[in-house]
Every structure is written in C-alpha cells, then in structure tokens.
Design a protein around this ligand. Structure first.
Ligand code: ADP
Ligand code: MG
Length: 325
C-alpha cells in the first residue's frame, strides 16, 4: 500500500498519511490534558485512565490474563504518549485487536472498557463502541456492500468498531462472496485511518485462527491478541452473587449451593455460554421468585422477602427434572 490518499477515506477523520507530516495534534481534551506530561504519573493523572483500570478490576470477576494484557497495553500507550510529547515518535500506534474466546466470556464488556481507556489516553476522539456482525457490513446484492461497510465505518470513526464473529466475513466456499469486499475496505481503513478508528475482531478462538490464516493482511494489522478463558465454577458463582447484588437481590439459605448444582448440570449442556448463561439463569430464577410471591395475595411482603432468591426458585428449573433449561 502506498502513502497516497486512501481510496476509501471516511469523511470527518484524519488519514494517517496527512497527520504524520506534522506533529500529532491532540485529538481532544483528553489528549491535551496529557500533552505536557513528562512522567507516567502525569499522564495517568491527566487521563484518569487508572480509574477505568480499577473499575475493570473491581467489576469483572476473574479474567486475570485479560486484565494483565490490558494493563500492558495501557502501559505501552502511556509510554507512547510520553514519547510523542518529546517528539520521539509521531506514528499512531497500531491498536487493532482480536478478542478470542467462547460466548459469554466478557469480550463485549471488555471492549467497552477498552474504548474508554483509548479515549481517556487520547487515542480515539469519542470513545464510543459500535458493535456489528457480518450482516451489518455485507449486502445481499452487488453494489450494496461498499455503502453498508462505509456507513458502519463512518459511525465508528473516533471510537471502536467491534466486529463480532468476524470470521463470517470470509466464506471461502463461495468465491463470489461479498464479504471479501467488506474485508478489503476494512483493511484499507484499518491501515490509513488508524489514528481515528480502532477495530476489535471477536469470536471463537479456533475460528479466528483459521480466519487469520486465510487473511494474512488482517492478521498483520491486528497488533494485540487477547484470549478470554472460560470461567471456572467458583468464578461463575462469584459472578452470580455479584449480578444479583447489583439488582438488589441475594441468595437465601441453600440457594447458592442449589445454583452450584444447577451450574454443574448447565455447563454440560450444549449452548452453555459462561457468564451469559449465569445471567439468563438468574433472570429465570427471579421470574420464579415473583410467581412464588404472587401466589399469596394476603401476605405482607418485606424488603427481605422481595430480595431473596430461595433455593426452591433455583431447584424448580426444568434442568433438574427434564434435563433442559
Ligand atoms: N468477568 C465478569 N464478571 C461479571 N460479569 C461478567 C463477566 N464477564 C461477562 N459478564 C457478564 O456476562 C454477560 C455476557 O458478557 P459479554 O461481554 O457479552 O460476553 P461475550 O461478548 O464474550 O459473549 C454480560 O452481561 C456481562 O456483564
Ligand atoms: Mg459479545
């Protein structure tokens, strides 16, 4: 690829080729707060990025390797900021990422936090996340794909474009597949407009790997690969208590143990989706709690009654009788 103006240039954004000629300009207030910084402490103070890292740590259970990688990336960006301030670099770093892991392992949740971190450090202007799948990018008919992909890129400019199950863009079994056109546009924009857009590709680990094998151009533009492991049962239980607490509910006597039993059965089922399955199971438990309380018209219900998920609300799941959720 040459340094000429990109053939796919999204309006309202600064192509890298142009920005590289002069010193990089602070994208916005977040960046200007750190423009004079000479120490790590000053960048952290100016950007408030530590608050996001601390929230990430506190809000998300487990994910130890992911959290460590995010700290590494944040450190890299902070040092890069100091290098920019001293004129040691003017290149926008490549920040495109791949989040691989099974469903419900926290990829979307972490991507939102990543967008915040990038924004606070001034690497993206707005810090919003646009989440899409193949259908949002690829058209059904000839000529429909480029406008669709460009419209999505336009919306994502200044933030993070999260492409879920990104491998569906590539369908080798169909040689005329329009997905290829979307990939080519993405590749150009990922290269030429990386100062204004970060792309995160997400999906199952194996399928992402196969996708990168067939699309080396995509692999070469993705700088950071983060693996999201499945949660352990203790982590899933921790997530369940935390989720309930956020909704002002809690487990009554024996309910946590019942939920642990439930998880043991649920994990063995097809379509188990980690923290998402926990969330859905708790939604159903709240429905059963409501039906249980609803049945007694005369009873005065205390705050305690209204916030307690009883063991029976869990054990009434069909998983215990028929083997389905
Ligand atoms: N580590 C975690 N701690 C607490 N809740 C989590 C955690 N990981 C995921 N969740 C919750 O599980 C649900 C699914 O997570 P999500 O980020 O959508 O997973 P993915 O994108 O990998 O499918 C969300 O409601 C999220 O809040
Ligand atoms: Mg997701």
């Amino acid at each position: 690829m040459t340094m000429n103006a990109p053939s796919y240039s999204i309006p309202g954004s600064t192509p890298v080729a142009k920005a590289a000629a002069s010193a990089p300009e602070p994208a916005d207030a977040a960046a200007s707060a750190t423009a004079q910084a000479r120490s790590v402490g000053e960048v952290l103070e100016g950007s408030q990025v530590e608050a996001v890292l601390a929230e990430l740590d506190a809000d998300l259970v487990g994910l130890v390797p992911v959290k460590a990688r995010i700290r590494d990336i944040a450190a890299l960006l902070v040092i890069d900021k100091l290098r920019i301030n001293l004129g040691l670099t003017s290149q926008a770093p490549s920040l495109h990422m791949c989040f691989s892991g099974n469903p419900g392992t926290g990829k979307t949740t972490v991507a939102l936090r990543m967008a915040q971190i990038l924004h606070r450090l001034g690497y993206v202007r707005k810090g919003h996340l646009v989440s899409v799948t193949r259908d949002d990018l690829v058209g059904q008919y000839i000529g429909h794909t480029a406008p669709k992909t460009k419209e999505v890129l336009q919306r994502a400019m200044g933030g993070v474009l999260f492409i879920d199950e990104a491998y569906y863009l590539y369908r080798p079994e169909n040689e005329r597949d329009y997905g290829q056109e979307a990939i080519e546009i993405l590749l150009q924009v990922m290269e030429n407009q990386r100062k204004d857009l970060v792309v995160i590709l997400a999906g199952y680990h194996d399928r992402m790997e196969t996708f990168f094998q067939s699309n080396p151009g995509m692999r070469s533009r993705v700088a950071h690969h983060l693996d999201f492991p499945d949660y352990s049962v203790p982590e899933l239980l921790h997530i369940s208590s935390k989720t309930l607490a956020q909704q002002n509910y809690r487990f009554g006597p024996g309910a946590l143990e019942a939920f642990e039993q439930y998880l043991g059965l649920r994990i063995a089922q097809p379509q188990f989706a980690n923290a998402r399955s926990v969330r859905n199971a708790l939604d159903r438990a709240r429905l059963r709690q409501a039906s249980r309380l609803f049945a007694d018209r005369e009873r005065v219900l205390t705050a305690d009654d209204l916030s307690t998920i009883e063991a029976s609300d869990i054990l009434a799941s069909r998983l215990f009788s028929s083997g389905t959720t």
